[in-house]
Design a protein around this ligand. Sequence first.
Ligand code: GLN
Length: 518
Amino acid sequence: MENIGSEKVIVIDFGGQYNQLVARRVRECNVYCEIYSYKTPLEDIRKMNPKGIILTGGPNSVYEAGAPTATPDLFHMGIPVLGLCYGAQLMMHVLGGKVEKAPEREYGKTKVCIDKPASRLFTGVDSKTVCWMSHNDYISRVAEGFEIIAHTANCPAAAAENEGQQLYAFQFHPEVLHTVQGKLMLHNFVFGVCGCAGDWKMEDFAEKTIRELREKIGDGKVLCALSGGVDSSVCAVLLSKAVGKKLTCVFVDHGLLRKDEGDLVSGVFGPDGPYDLNFIRVNAQERFYKKLAGVTEPEKKRKIIGEEFIRVFEEESKKIGKVDFLAQGTIYPDVVESGLGGESATIKSHHNVGGLPDFVDFKEIVEPLRNLFKDEVRKVGLHLGIPEALVMRQPFPGPGLGIRIIGEVTPEKVRIVQEADAIYREEMDKAGMNKTVGQYFAALTNMRSVGVMGDERTYDYAIALRAVNTVDFMTADAAEVPYEVLKTVTSRIVNEVSHVNRVFYDVTSKPPGTIEFE
Ligand code: GLN
């Protein structure tokens, strides 16, 4: 599945924090794009026959000994190169310009003045445009043959080009959304300079992958663990379309899923669903509850759930016997994160419940989503006709509600949090908040307090509602959910869910809080 698109752009990774964003932006132009480490031999890059190369930012200073570097040949292959931040500095450094510590560092949204509106990268770009800066060093002299095409108050060479050689350098980060016209600039590079056609489409990806899986698997047997999440669902449907009944999906219901979620998964993948495959649902709720009885420590709970999951999966796969392939829903960020620049072949276990079942007797792993970003996986899923409820599902932790119940997990507490969460989600959806808020859920605090209901004293649990907006899950802000919505949710939960007499809304950001509670 290596040569997905006929044309591609290569991102060379110098350790910048936005490297994956660069690739995503290029793919948003319908051009296939892959990320490679700066250590990748130039010969290998050349063989990939890229239409263009983008060098990312990075934490180092190009003039330091031992800083990541590039050979001058990279810039003389006749392939257009765009350097971003560190990449721009490196281009100048390697080609004879000068980079030094800036008298004044630039960080944040910065006004950039375009000096050469006729540059191919600036087609349609305003003469003054806000860009995202994040640098300590600056290009104090551009290399020979280069012309400065933009500047800022503190940065004389905010952008430079050598048009004849198709070399371009941006000190700012066009891949970050704070750079207002960044997408347009990248679009200009990909189409205007590299001459890409933009024919990378998710529909084609799906058809091609199905064909390739069919060829690879032949008469072999495939085993896939379904979690009900986006990645494993899309993975299973691709495989089912490729090899039908040679695929067996095992779905372990650990009793910590959200309300009705187990039935949703069974409805889609079970015998009454539209897909041709063997589906095994293991109702292991009791097993998990028993193991979790009396356990309050979050890490211990996670471990128990993860291990028990593996045990159950193991028992089921033993019944199936030898399989040829184990399918995993690994996606591109997992691949990239498993080694700088995604050059590493390390296979990171995808299932967030608890690693690879190492006892399963299989020959090879298949990972059909290995080259896709999450939003692309979703697009494939929708194209394949998987219900939106599965495809657009919010991130859900592997240990499930087990870590949204603070303290000991009991069947009763699972019921409470399931009901409260279902009400919360329903009301948020009704209010259209599903379009504006990234992620929201209810958790059960371990706190009980006194209340009064129907003139009677109660001593019941408090539910915590959480809603966050996050771009990358590393940081998050509490969402400003309208008070009206919170009031409706609170009154419904207190009325409809027995043993809850209080509802809190969590306004903590991450950091210092986390998105989940445990
Ligand atoms: N480390 C370099 C600097 O400080 C490049 C920074 C970057 O790529 N964001 O200028």
